[in-house]
Design a binder for this molecule. Structure first.
Ligand code: ADP
Length: 430
């Protein structure tokens, strides 16, 4: 029996103890009156405390001034303590939840939590930007009402999540998302969204590259094999034989150029940062001029405009190959009679090496793609001019390695200007 009950019984017992002699010695009614008054006072006391308790239970705030009287003191004390503990636990749990939400927000992958009806319970900011959601307004909405991509809707509704879904963004950003759905806590689902745009692009580039290399090598190989077969099977005269051998040599040279350019590309791709030699620009430009004249064989006017005596810091073989590519392109894509300018200029902004021509020019739509491997405006023309389609890819890569920028300006039928801009720290004033 609790202390409070014992105390209440004792109070009733003492009322009876006082009322009994009064009833016996004074009058029975006086005894009863005294006993009933005692009990009534007890009842009033308990009723008062009960009413306070009832009032408090409607709004159980933690209030240290809340104290019971007499037997009620312990009850109020324990309730107060219980309420205080409960509030403490809720505050600690709120903090844990806030930390979990902060962890979810910190994830670089998108995360969306769905209930059993695929309604959004939570989504982090990464998922908001990936799927175009707004958590404040979209919480409680079925996710399929907001991400309406048919492939996504089918994937979610079919419920086979053994493989992730690859989704190409509908929002015109060319984004590729990989969506994983992980069921948890019964029918709930966790959507994990990875942005795989970069790896998808690399994958596509790798596939395209392999396909392009195979295609580029297959053509001259087919020609070579054809001539070889002819020579083996048919007895051709000496003149014809010489012509065939010349054509075969040409195809071999073509394959050699492709393989050489591929090797150059792969070596600069995997090489450590370029050397920091001081490249003598005067002699490099002189060599470029001589090479251009040899390639042009008198068909063009070659002009050097070097208004600076400064040199360049970088890898000499790489710069010779990159600048040489620009010069040979200018000669190959400029009809006879045209002019080719080799320009070297330095100033407060750094150094600029440029090659300008009065050649066939390039339509603006091709310019952003010129540095892609094997990209050519006119495949036949490039082949006839002895091109591999890798020259500008090598140029761009080399310039990147030297933290330089390639600018291309061109007007069809008027000419082109390819310029490489180097930062001041790469320019060495002589
Ligand atoms: P290629 O070996 O075919 O010349 P590049 O990578 O050097 O390959 O150049 C890519 C394409 O850019 C060429 O096929 C050509 O269409 C175009 N191009 C490059 N330089 C010039 C230029 N100076 N004038 C006109 N077109 C050019």
């Amino acid at each position: 029996m609790s202390v409070q009950v014992v105390r209440a019984l004792l109070a009733a017992f003492f009322s009876a103890l006082i009322a009994l002699p009064v009833g016996y010695f004074v009058a029975v009614w006086a005894g009863w009156t005294l006993f009933c008054t005692g009990l009534g006072l007890q009842l009033a006391f308990h009723f008062r405390n009960f009413a306070r308790l009832e009032r408090w239970s409607r709004n159980p705030i933690v209030d240290p001034s809340l104290e019971g009287e007499g037997a009620w003191d312990g009850v109020f004390g324990r309730l107060y303590q219980h309420e205080k503990d409960l509030r403490g636990q809720i505050a600690a749990r709120d903090q844990e939840i806030a930390l979990l939400i902060a962890a979810g927000q910190a994830l670089t992958d998108g995360v969306v939590l769905l209930d059993g009806d695929n309604q959004i319970l939570f989504c982090n900011t990464t998922a908001e930007s990936q799927l175009g959601l707004v958590v404040q307004t979209d919480r409680g909405q079925p996710v399929v009402n907001l991400v309406r991509h048919p492939e996504f809707v089918d994937y979610l509704l079919l419920g086979d999540f053994s493989r992730p879904l690859t989704l190409r963004s509908e929002r015109g950003e060319d984004r590729v998302l990989s969506i994983y759905i992980i069921p948890y806590a019964g029918k709930r689902r966790l959507m994990q969204i990875k942005d795989v745009t970069q790896s998808d692009r690399l994958d596509r580039m790798r596939r395209d590259f392999v396909a392009n290399v195979s295609h580029e090598l297959r053509t001259p190989l087919t020609v070579l094999a054809g001539f070889l077969e002819t020579l083996q099977e048919i007895d051709v005269d000496r003149e014809e034989r010489t012509r065939y051998l010349e054509l075969m040599a040409e195809q071999s040279r073509r394959m050699q150029s492709i393989v050489q350019d591929l090797l150059t590309l792969s070596s600069i791709e995997s090489a450590p940062p370029p050397a920091n030699d001081v490249v003598d620009m005067a002699s490099l430009i002189d060599k470029l001029r001589r090479d251009a004249e040899a390639l042009s064989a008198g068909r063009h006017q070659i002009v050097v405009e070097a208004d600076s005596k400064a040199d360049l810091r970088g890898s000499e073989p790489e710069l010779v190959s990159a600048f040489g590519n620009l010069v040979s392109n200018a000669v190959r894509y400029t009809p006879p009679g045209g002019t080719i300018r080799i320009i070297w200029h330095t100033g407060a902004q750094g150094g600029e090496f440029a090659v300008e021509d009065t050649g066939i020019g390039i339509d603006a739509k091709h310019v952003p793609r010129l540095t892609e491997r094997f990209y050519r405006v006119d495949r036949g023309r490039s082949r006839d001019a002895g091109g591999t389609g890798l020259g500008l890819a090598i140029v761009k890569h080399t310039l990147n390695r030297h933290q330089a920028q390639l600018d291309i300006k061109s007007t069809p039928g008027v000419g082109s200007r390819f310029s490489a801009r180097f930062a001041t720290r790469r320019v060495v004033d002589v």
